[in-house]
Design a protein around this ligand. Structure first.
Ligand SMILES: [Zn+2]
Length: 236
């Protein structure tokens, strides 16, 4: 159930032990995908899983830290420290309202560090346990290998979006942009400009609705399993 749709009386009696939250981005995704893609995909995943396990869903934090894509129109690049602090606050308030396991489904690479820093901090100071997942890297890995390469607005993200809302994807603008990332952590504006030349990495033209459906099904199954495992580990 979505917390925003519960009345006060309903909230009082609901099981609030485990809650899910999305962190996304408002960011250019080539010319063919919605700017909200990084929130839309995790929101779909979270709602499916919450329905299956009867869990609480908190509203998404849609703005993210988007340094690599900040030069493209449509990108809102939030300061990572501000994001991390905001996420910390939301975590604290979730805990104060009865949540003991918070599952954060992240849809955007630039958010990973700010969220993880918040999770380390809050979990050490409260009884809130926190799972942080980059959905495209850590869920549905069994089928992720069938895609040419995981990419920003590439085959995997585009396929997932086709499966969620076909009309929102403009396939006639889908392109290919081969980007080879270094195997080490390299922070460089020069490299970002080169790698993200058209706000896309990978081959979006290969995306299909069917591939997206297979991917999302696997992602949802993995997340259900993982949450059950986490609940067992902290036993409440
Ligand atoms: Zn994305």
């Amino acid at each position: 159930m979505k917390i925003t749709e519960l009345t006060g009386i309903q909230f009082d009696t609901e099981d609030k032990g485990t809650a899910l939250i999305v962190v996304g981005s408002v960011e250019r995704h080539g010319d063919h995908l919605p700017l909200g893609t990084d929130g839309i995909i995790p929101k779909y995943i979270v709602e499916k899983v919450a329905a299956e396990l009867n869990l609480l869903v908190l509203p998404p934090i849609w703005y993210g830290s988007c340094k690599s894509m900040r030069n493209f129109p449509g990108t809102f690049d939030i300061d990572p420290d501000a994001l991390s602090k905001y996420v910390r606050s939301v975590m604290l308030e979730a805990n104060r309202n009865g949540v003991r396991l918070l599952v954060v489904i992240n849809g955007h690479g630039g958010n990973s560090v700010p969220i993880s820093m918040a999770a380390r901090d809050i979990s050490s100071k409260t009884d809130l346990s926190i799972i942080v997942l980059d959905w495209w890297k850590e869920l549905g890995t069994g089928v992720a290998g069938t895609f040419s390469a995981p990419g920003h607005a590439g085959e995997d993200e585009t396929s997932a979006m086709l499966a969620i809302n076909e009309e929102s994807v403009k396939m006639k603008y889908a392109k290919m942009h081969d980007a080879v990332f270094p195997k080490f952590r390299f922070y460089s504006r020069a490299l970002d400009l080169k790698l993200y030349g058209i706000a896309l990495t990978g081959d979006a033209r290969k995306a299909t609705k069917e591939k997206g459906e297979v991917l999302l099904k696997a992602v949802v199954q993995d997340l259900v399993k993982l949450i059950k495992e986490a609940q067992g580990l902290i036993k409440f």
